[in-house]
Design a protein around this ligand. Structure first.
Ligand code: F6R
Length: 242
């Protein structure tokens, strides 16, 4: 694991954006694994800036998002597809046909078909670089702590802690979806290169457990210790217990 401690959130975001930009410069048709949440928004801002300056293009890139809530209309402003349009896709030259995100507007009876569809797409692709945030409970994607590491995309029941953490984006905690489709841990681990970002004090304990603790599905991110090419980029607060 390579660990970079940045001065602050913006520096963390810039370093992550530089790694993504280099990937695109080296291979224009890279497959990018993307995340939502508050952590990567700064990185996306830097990438948009680099695109506008003519440094990079997304024209030939393909993307896979880690996860999507279940039961929200696609244009709901908390759906991850809305988030990605707002924070990246609408501002760069990506071909919308190359964007892959699980559908959020599927009913209970359609969920398994949607999971299969996403697994099929992932089975036929190879992610060159995957960006990850981390939940305070160690989740990556929506792979919550449990007795086993997940393999392929699945339906995840969000834990109380995750629902509480994500309620900051909704009017009421009751509005937070309780289920999501998430890429599985095995699929995340198959990405050629992984970058995990974390900022702020609230992530410091889980970052310590992820990097220095034992590898256990009760800290899903700890599995990253086994990956050949992981870079963890932290701000000073997230790194304070290392
Ligand atoms: C989002 C995702 C989640 C978040 C995590 C941290 O696509 O996969 O694992 O990365 O919940 O969220 P923030 O960045 O909001 O602290």
């Amino acid at each position: 694991m390579k660990i970079i401690i940045a001065e602050n959130y913006d520096q963390m975001s810039k370093k992550a954006a530089d790694i993504f930009a280099n990937q695109l410069k080296e291979k224009e048709d890279s497959t990018l694994g993307l995340a939502t949440g508050s952590t990567p928004t700064g990185m996306y801002k830097h990438l948009i800036e680099m695109y506008k300056n003519g440094e990079i293009s997304f024209k030939s890139a393909k993307t896979f998002n880690l996860d999507e809530y279940m039961g929200l209309p696609e244009n709901h402003e908390q759906s991850y597809s809305f988030f990605m349009n707002e924070n990246l896709f609408d501002h760069v030259d990506i071909n919308k046909e190359n964007i892959n995100i699980p559908k959020s507007n599927v009913s209970e009876t359609e969920i398994n078909t949607e999971v299969e569809r996403y697994n099929h797409l992932l089975d036929n692709s190879e992610i060159d670089i995957q960006v990850l945030g981390i939940g305070r409970n160690g989740h990556i994607g929506f792979n919550e702590p449990g007795d086993a590491f997940t393999k392929n995309a699945t339906v995840a029941e969000l834990t109380e802690d995750t629902i509480k953490a994500n309620s900051r984006f909704f009017d009421n905690i009751e509005d937070v979806p309780q289920k999501a489709i998430t890429m599985g841990i095995k699929q995340i681990m198959m990405a050629k290169k992984i970058i995990l970002l974390a900022n702020g004090k609230s992530k410091s304990e889980i970052i310590k457990a992820t990097i220095t603790g034992k590898i256990t599905p009760f800290v899903p991110a700890s599995v990253l210790q086994l990956h050949k090419d992981v870079t963890i980029i932290l701000d000073k607060e997230a790194a304070e217990l290392l």
